[in-house]
Design a protein around this ligand. Structure first.
Ligand SMILES: CCCCCCCCCCCC[C@H](C)C(=O)SCCNC(=O)CCNC(=O)[C@H](O)C(C)(C)COP(=O)(O)OP(=O)(O)OC[C@H]1O[C@@H](n2cnc3c(N)ncnc32)[C@H](O)[C@@H]1OP(=O)(O)O
Length: 382
């Protein structure tokens, strides 16, 4: 796999850093997640392929141990509030002094500088600060955050993974590591570059929810079908729009022009009525194989059995039968090989990692006895 041989220390976080770590693990990196001790609650639902080591960082020995682990690795991924790692004496300056090849990724909401740098926050706050949230939502309604996808995952975990891969690539030339300051505000804003840069062509001149791609246009929206399901319509270009009308059995001559704002409310009403006349399966039959850009809105239950997704094996099942998306993109030479074994329990690999670091069984027992580390065994892997 592309990242084979890369060792990553992921400090346990909430959602974005775990996603970043999972991407790296899916593509072959050895990712060791450092968890808390004392019966920490396992919150990482994106732990595929990772190892878990539980260290108490409120002990000096625990900090020394983490330092040792970090300086012997390629990447450190930390999701804490600004200054937390420095307080532990594990800031990037210190660690890079010991290991100049280290890539030190800091994944935060507001970045390492600026007056909000130390403030708590979540996806919705970062999205708000990026400007994007102000553009999301239907006409006349308040802004709407589309789950926590944009800041946490697109602008956060995924962008940070890109930064790490870029730094790894660069290191092959300079031999040097570097610090990655991944701010979810900036990552989300960057993901939204199209919105920023297409303002000059008038794409966003109208208010929220009244433009072509923000649910303002009738040809770029969802419609309910007679069985309470939905179809998604994305018939933007005139040649594809014509096919939409054909499928709906509508005569263009009898309708307002596609691109006239004043006709959009009428068109939307007509499309709504039409879509309500057949089931999702019926409409799928009508539009499958055409260029009308109309697809069923699949639920999680439907998605893997849809013929297209099934043919590409786009979804995988792990050994417990849990379904999830296959890592993307697909690399022809070194594709990801996602681990299908159950996620690690907290501290499952503490002993294994300590042994790799050269600690003896007696030393490991002692560290466990005084609460520096926690070693847990999986109870039921039957
Ligand atoms: C009952 C319900 C519980 C909730 C269930 C949650 C289920 C999951 C849901 C996911 C929701 C996802 C939401 C929508 C998100 O947006 S997640 C993104 C959140 N934001 C970020 O990640 C940005 C960067 N991080 C942060 O800003 C902050 O970490 C935070 C998220 C606001 C949390 O702040 P806070 O809890 O005060 O922690 P921090 O200031 O980062 O300090 C962490 C402290 O923990 C300590 N720590 C760490 N590891 C260990 C360890 N192994 N052993 C002992 N201690 C440990 C650190 O040393 C630090 O301690 P201290 O410096 O405070 O004394």
């Amino acid at each position: 796999m592309a990242l084979a041989g890369v060792r990553v220390i992921e400090l346990a976080g909430l959602a974005p850093a775990p996603f970043c770590g999972m991407i790296l693990a899916d593509f072959g990196a050895k990712v060791i997640r450092v968890d808390r001790t004392k019966g920490a609650v396992p919150l990482d639902t994106q732990a595929r392929g990772k190892k878990s080591m539980a260290i108490n960082l409120k002990t000096a020995e625990g900090v020394t141990l983490l330092r040792k682990l970090c300086v012997q690795s390629d990447v450190v991924l930390e999701p804490y509030r600004k200054g937390v790692m420095e307080k532990l004496g594990l800031g990037p300056q210190e660690l890079l002094k010991e290991n100049p090849r280290l890539i030190y990724a800091r994944l935060t909401g507001y970045g390492q500088s600026g007056s909000y740098a130390s403030a708590a926050g979540h996806d919705i706050n970062y999205l708000a600060m990026s400007g994007l949230l102000s553009r999301l939502g239907r006409s006349g309604e308040k802004p709407y955050a589309p789950l926590n996808l944009l800041a946490d995952f697109a602008g956060g975990g995924l962008t940070c993974a890109l930064g790490i891969v870029l730094a790894l690539l660069e290191r092959t030339k300079s031999g040097k590591g570097q610090i990655i300051d991944a701010s979810m505000v900036e990552g989300a804003a960057y993901v939204g570059s199209f919105i920023w840069k297409s303002r000059r062509i008038g794409m966003w001149d109208r208010s929220r929810g009244q433009n072509m791609l923000d649910s303002g246009a009738p040809f770029y929206d969802t419609y309910q079908t007679s069985d309470g399901k939905y179809m998604a319509v994305g018939a933007v270009e005139p040649q594809f729009y014509r096919q939409l009308l054909q499928g709906l059995e509508l005569d263009a001559e009898q309708l307002p022009p596609q691109m006239s704002f004043s006709g959009w409310a009428d068109l939307s009403r007509i499309f709504t009525e039409r879509f309500a006349s057949k089931t999702q399966a019926d409409w799928s039959k009508v539009f499958d194989g055409t260029d009308a850009c109309v697809t069923p809105v699949l639920t999680f239950d439907q998605v893997s059995s849809h013929p297209h997704n099934r043919e590409r094996a786009s979804f995988i099942k792990d050994s417990s039968g849990e379904e999830s998306p296959r890592p993307a993109p697909v690399l022809s030479l070194t594709p990801a090989e996602p681990c299908l074994a159950p996620d690690p329990v907290i501290g499952e690999h503490t002993v294994e990692v300590l042994q790799e670091l050269g600690f003896s069984s007696a030393e490991i027992d002692k560290m466990q006895a005084v609460g520096v580390v926690e070693c847990n065994v999986v109870k039921a892997k039957l």
